[in-house]
Structure formats: C-alpha cells, structure tokens
Design a binder for this molecule. Structure first.
Ligand SMILES: [Zn+2]
Ligand SMILES: [Zn+2]
Length: 103
C-alpha cells in the first residue's frame, strides 16, 4: 500500500483547488459497504438487523446507512450533525480541527 504522502514525490507540489475538505475526508474513510447494500441480518430473528458499530440488533427502520463509509448505524451510533456514523464523525471532526477552511 502506498502512503498518500509519497504522492508528491517527483511532481510539483500543487494544491488542487477542486479538492475540498470533504473529498480529503472521504479518502481517509474506508468504505465498509456499498451504498444501497442492506444491513447485516440478525440470524436469530427475521425482522432485526445489526448495527455495524455496536452490533446490537434493531428493526431496519431504526438503522441508517452512513453516506461515507456505508456502515449501518443505530440512533446511538449516529450523528445528525454530519449525517454520518460515529466512526466517520470522529474523522470529520479531526479534519475540521486540523484544517482551516478557505486557506
Ligand atoms: Zn449502534
Ligand atoms: Zn460512517
């Protein structure tokens, strides 16, 4: 696996203007599921599915798929602020704390 830092080797170090903070965040997030893929079904019951973060089971209506990583998250593993799961929320928060927008 190539580290992203080595990307600038041999080429001009140039900041892409079209690359916003969200696309950098997306690069840091590993996709767990494809968008539209269903959550993991609880083998012990027919109508419950497991949260990809805490592994508790819920009815499907209580789970939401994260637009960034594709994980299915329950209400307590979900952050409304970024419309993302808690795992991605941590990455987003980290980026926002270390990067100044507009510079
Ligand atoms: Zn959960
Ligand atoms: Zn996520």
């Amino acid at each position: 696996m190539r580290l992203w830092k080595s990307r600038s080797q041999g080429s001009r170090q140039e900041k892409k203007k079209g690359e916003d903070i969200l696309s950098r965040i997306r690069k840091d997030i590993r996709r767990v599921r494809r968008q539209g893929d269903p959550p993991e079904r609880d083998p012990a019951s027919f109508s419950r599915y497991s949260c990809d973060l805490c592994n508790n089971t819920y009815p499907k209506k209580d789970l939401r798929q994260c637009a960034l990583c594709g994980r299915w998250a329950c209400a307590s593993c979900w952050t409304e602020k970024f419309y993302a799961c808690k795992a991605c929320n941590g990455i987003i928060t980290l980026h926002l704390a270390t990067e100044k927008p507009g510079e």
